[in-house]
Structure formats: structure tokens, C-alpha cells
Design a protein around this ligand. Structure first.
Ligand SMILES: Cc1cc2nc3c(=O)[nH]c(=O)nc-3n(C[C@H](O)[C@H](O)[C@H](O)COP(=O)(O)OP(=O)(O)OC[C@H]3O[C@@H](n4cnc5c(N)ncnc54)[C@H](O)[C@@H]3O)c2cc1C
Length: 554
């Protein structure tokens, strides 16, 4: 079948050049007689990871993606001009570095084109008074940046770094196993000498932890303004995220673009007898004898699965794809009460030079930077969100210029730039109003950035591409209501409550149907955890284990 040979990939064959090659094959039905063990609905990084382990185990996988390119939130596209490769959504691949997939190199994705770059400086934040904090992989160098404002805060930065490192296994140890497969956090905390300290810290809000430990507003803003996105920092139970910006490990980016991760996974799946089809929007689950036996697509094609169907479609959409009476009441209650989360306005630019922030003795052009006028400005977001207001006064923004570390992403001497700001999906005028105001909000974000990087004048900008919260959902239905992690990560939708109590082990109420992706444990971001965890459960149900599968050579 052409789908299997179209990329002509053979492991070990020449892979160069590893330039980004989108999977753009038009949707087509598999030839009659073709059989698949597993049919996967949606090709995000999580479902591709699950499919890759299943394919390695010898199960024949078919992956169906609704969009024209695989990857979901982990893809790279030429959104502005030819040769400018933009990370449509994610850029930084942090948490996935701790996933055994990469940590133990279980699938040897490097052989399939995946290579990570480690930008240093890690982060830069300029302030309106001309001062700044630059974060480096060297702990002492960063502490010295904090000490410019407060010696006490520099000491707090060091102390919290060591606290966090010491608790790495205690707090992060269960992310890469399905709920119930390892000792629950409550039991681990009870048995650990630092357990009581962490019990309190985890229950606090991130803002409380930062306010208690840091006295200077520059230092506080740095800790709050660098990649914050899961929950407003004043919400209870967000205490752990006060530590997320305290690091010495670079925020890694794949060479060639974020999409190189999903491209490598696709190559792996194809090299293990799998098939990936794009422009295949799944609209219905085929149910036979009470079991899920396959899926039907919007173009009328249908695909049968001999062993199982794995979905990464949003749970709000999943329940619409089978008769309502097949879902138990507690499951439906969990779906009906599912809450969205913070969304973003994202602007991609093709530019002639990177942002140049003035520093002592010159300028700095980091891969990643962020601007937050004050801690209070970020606290304000939850209120604006509740009011349905897109507040463009001194808007908190994150900025990525990946080409600084990876010139392969743009024509020689040119750069890509991504500017992101947090905004509500539900405007008081309704989400459709985003089509009216998105360019105005994008302009405000760029104008604010220019106050700190004045070199970004109009003549340096070749083209731009703006995405509103509504566009995010249009481009990827799994970003339901603009939710960049599938939905809120509040206590009611976290841990063994994701997606809802009783259904956190990736097995869905309809036999033969499994769910992965960011609506499942442990949630969103590029972690690959829901994907590998789902594979663990599926392999167990199929009578083997992930350990057995990964022990086998490739
Ligand atoms: C602007 C933005 C920036 C971000 N930046 C970062 C970052 O720097 N670092 C980070 O860690 N995280 C970041 N994130 C979050 C991260 O991108 C997501 O949490 C992550 O990609 C989710 O992966 P997933 O595999 O669970 O699902 P997704 O990536 O959402 O994949 C789901 C896939 O399923 C497909 N699909 C859905 N429904 C159907 C259907 N009915 N039929 C067929 N296909 C279907 C979709 O098209 C999509 O390809 C960002 C998100 C956004 C929006």
C-alpha cells in the first residue's frame, strides 16, 4: 500500500537531510484486506508515543489525523513565508526529558531524526526600569542576577533550587506511571522526612510560596512570568509551580523544530509496519457487540481494529461519537462538568533579526524571554478571565526566537519569532469576537515587546501569522475552548481525577476503547506521559508489558 511506502523510510537508510518534511498525504482508505490491530484517532505526540510502543510490540497500528499535518501541539509549519519553520504551538520540550522514552532512550528516536539543543541562557526578563534578570545553566551565575536586586532573594533562589532537586523523585516519581501503578503521593509524603514540608507547600498557592520567600518585585516577577500557564498563580494547590522557573537545566528544543519529535515518532511507527493517514477526521466509533471495533471518518471511510481503538480526541468530542447510553452516568458527569483553562493569542513572525534586549555593555538575544510588568499584573489575569476581558495593558508575554540556537529553521541570516500572551477564550462578547480583535491584541503584544527590544521595527518584520484562542481550537479540536492543555489542571481535574474519578487508567467505559492525550493523567504539556502510560496499560491488557517490549532490540 502506498501509505506504507510513501516516505520510503528504512531504519538505517540515509536520513539526511533532516529538514522538516510534513506528512501531507491526502486521506485515503486503506486497501481492502488490510488489517490493523490498533486504530489510533488523532496524531498528537502522546498518541504517537503510545502507537510507537504498540508497533514495537508487533501490533499493526493505523493512525488517523484530522489535520493535514501530524503532531497537534507538537508540530512545525511554514506559517508565514517559505523556509521559515514555525513551532505552531509548543517549543520547549522540558518534562519529556524525564520520560523513560528519552531518559532511557527506549525507542532510539535519535536514529529517526530527533536531536535536542540546550539553549543557554535559559531565560531573560527585561524590566521597565532598564534592569533585567538573565537565567543561566550555572546556578551561581543566576543567583548573582537575583543578588543585583536582593541578596536574600539570591539565597532563596539557591535554597529552593536544592529543595526542588532533593524532592525530584518524591514529587515527580509518579508522572511516568498510570495512577495506581505506583505508591500514591500521599503515602510517599507520609514516609518521607520532608513530607510535612511538601504537604504544606503543595497545598499553598504559587504566589504564596513566592511572596513568602522573595522580597523584591523583579525577582518575584521573574519567577511568575517565566513559563507560567497551567493555573493562575494565586490558586490553591499551585505551590509546586513556584519552583518551575528555578532551574539549571536548559529548556530543550528539538533541532529543526518542535515537530521533529512527532516526525521521528511517525518514522518509527512506519518503520514498524504502521500506517499514518492525514486529513482523516474521526466522527464516530464503530460499536459491535458492545465493544469498540473501529472508527468512521468524516469522508465516509471506516477502519476496523482487531484489538483496540486508542483516542486522543477531546473527551467532550469523544462522548458524542457513540450512543449516550453506552457511557455510564459518572463518566458523563465528568465530561459535562469538564472545565477549560487559560488560552493564548499567539503571533508568529518571519523577521530579519532577533529581539535585542539592552544589557550592561551591549545587548542579549536569547531563545526564550518573558516580560511581566509586576507580580500583580499576572494576578490580575484570573479576574480578567472571569470577566471575559482581553486586557492589553502591559500584557504579560513570552517570546521565543528559536533560530538564535537553531539557524536551520529559517533562510540564512533570518529568524522566526513567536510571541504569546494569555487571554480568555470566553470573551464577554462571545468567543466569535476574537475574529474582530485578534490583530489588535497581537499588535498590542508586539508594541509592548518593542519597548524592551526597540530593534524590532516594522522594516525588520517580513510577515506575521496570528492565532487567537478560537483559531487554536479551529486548528486542533483537542484544544477545546482554546485550552492549551486540553482543560484546567485544577484539583478537580488532576491526578486520579483526570479526566474524572474512576476513569484515570486510560481504559474507557466501552470495552476495546482507550484514551490518551492531555485530557488524561497527568495532563498537558510536552511530557509524553499520557502516551507512554496509556501504552503501559494497553500492553498489560494485551498480555505483555512495556518492560518486555523495550527489552527487545529495535
Ligand atoms: C500556543 C501553545 C504553546 C504551547 N507551548 C508549549 C511549550 O512550549 N511546552 C510545552 O510543554 N507545552 C506547550 N503547549 C502545550 C502542548 O502543546 C500540549 O499540551 C500538547 O501538545 C498536547 O499533546 P497531546 O498529544 O496530548 O494532544 P494534541 O497535541 O492536542 O494532539 C491531538 C491530535 O488529535 C487530532 N484530533 C483531534 N480530534 C480529532 C478527530 N476527531 N479526528 C482525527 N484527529 C483528531 C488533532 O488534530 C491533534 O493532531 C503549548 C500549547 C499551545 C496551544
Amino acid at each position: 500500500m502506498s501509505a506504507m511506502t510513501r516516505r520510503g523510510f528504512v531504519k538505517g537508510a540515509a536520513l539526511a537531510p533532516l529538514a522538516f518534511t510534513p506528512l501531507t498525504m491526502e486521506g485515503q482508505s486503506t486497501a481492502p484486506g488490510n488489517r490493523f490491530d490498533i486504530v489510533v484517532a488523532g496524531a498528537g505526540h502522546n498518541s504517537l508515543i503510545a502507537a510507537a510502543y504498540l508497533a514495537k510490540a508487533g501490533y499493526r497500528c493505523l493512525v488517523l489525523e484530522g489535520y493535514s499535518i501530524i503532531g497537534g501541539g507538537v508540530k512545525t509549519e511554514e506559517l508565514t513565508l517559505p523556509g521559515f519553520k514555525h513551532d505552531t504551538c509548543s517549543t520547549a520540550h522540558n518534562a519529556i526529558q524525564g520520560n523513560p522514552l528519552l531518559r532511557n532512550d527506549e525507542l532510539r528516536l535519535r536514529d529517526y531524526g530527533l536531536e535536542y539543543l540546550k539553549p543557554d541562557p535559559i531565560m531573560h526578563m527585561p524590566f521597565a526600569d532598564g534592569s533585567y534578570i538573565t537565567q543561566w545553566a550555572d546556578l551561581e551565575r543566576t543567583a548573582a542576577e537575583f543578588a543585583k536586586f536582593s541578596k536574600k532573594d539570591a539565597e532563596a533562589y539557591r535554597r529552593m533550587y536544592h529543595e526542588s532537586e532533593a524532592a525530584r523523585d518524591l514529587l515527580g516519581g509518579d508522572m511516568f506511571a498510570p495512577p495506581g501503578f505506583v505508591k500514591p503521593l500521599s503515602e510517599r509524603l507520609a514516609a518521607d522526612p520532608m513530607g510535612k514540608f511538601w504537604q504544606r507547600r503543595l497545598a499553598m498557592s504559587a504566589w504564596e510560596v513566592i511572596r513568602e520567600n522573595f522580597e523584591d518585585d523583579h525577582c518575584r516577577a521573574f519567577l511568575m512570568g517565566t513559563p507560567w500557564s497551567m493555573q493562575p498563580p494565586q490558586y490553591p494547590m499551585t505551590g509546586r509551580s513556584a519552583y518551575s522557573a528555578i532551574r539549571t537545566s536548559p529548556r530543550q528544543i528539538p533541532k529543526g523544530g518542535s515537530g521533529m519529535l512527532t516526525q521521528a515518532l511517525a518514522r518509527f511507527i512506519e518503520a514498524h509496519n504502521g500506517v499514518i493517514l492525514v486529513k482523516k477526521s474521526v466522527v464516530r466509533l464503530i460499536i459491535e457487540g458492545g465493544k469498540c471495533a473501529g472508527v468512521e471518518c468524516a469522508d465516509g471511510s471506516s477502519y476496523r481494529a482487531e484489538k483496540a481503538v486508542l483516542s486522543t480526541m477531546h473527551i467532550k468530542h469523544l462522548v458524542e461519537m457513540a450512543p449516550r447510553e453506552l457511557w455510564p452516568q459518572d463518566f458523563l458527569y465528568g465530561v459535562d462538568t469538564w472545565e477549560g483553562e487559560v488560552s493564548e493569542v499567539v503571533t508568529h513572525y518571519a523577521i530579519k533579526e532577533p529581539p535585542k534586549y539592552p544589557i550592561k555593555g551591549g545587548t542579549i538575544s536569547p531563545v526564550e524571554s518573558a516580560i511581566l510588568a509586576s507580580p500583580e499584573r499576572l494576578l490580575r489575569f484570573a479576574y480578567d478571565d472571569a470577566c471575559g476581558v482581553s486586557n492589553i495593558e502591559e500584557p504579560p508575554i513570552s517570546i521565543f526566537c528559536s533560530t538564535v540556537a537553531d539557524p536551520t529553521r529559517a533562510p540564512a541570516g533570518m529568524h522566526t519569532l513567536k510571541v504569546l500572551g494569555f487571554h480568555p477564550y470566553n470573551l464577554k462578547e462571545g468567543p466569535q469576537h476574537w475574529d474582530v480583535i485578534k490583530n489588535q491584541v497581537s499588535d498590542a503584544q508586539m508594541n509592548y515587546l518593542r519597548r524592551f527590544a526597540p530593534n524590532l521595527t516594522d522594516d525588520k518584520i517580513l510577515a506575521r501569522f496570528v492565532m487567537s484562542p478560537l483559531d487554536l481550537e479551529r486548528k486542533n479540536p483537542s484544544f477545546w475552548h482554546g485550552s492549551i492543555h486540553g482543560g484546567a489542571s485544577d484539583p478537580s481535574q488532576s491526578g486520579a481525577m483526570r479526566p474524572m474519578a474512576g476513569w484515570a487508567q486510560y481504559r474507557m467505559p466501552i470495552p476495546g476503547l482507550y484514551q490518551t492525550g492531555d485530557t488524561t493523567y497527568p495532563g498537558g504539556s510536552v511530557t509524553g506521559a499520557p502516551g507512554r502510560n496509556a501504552a503501559m496499560v494497553m500492553l498489560k491488557d494485551l498480555g505483555t508489558s512495556i518492560e518486555e517490549v523495550t527489552r527487545k532490540g529495535t
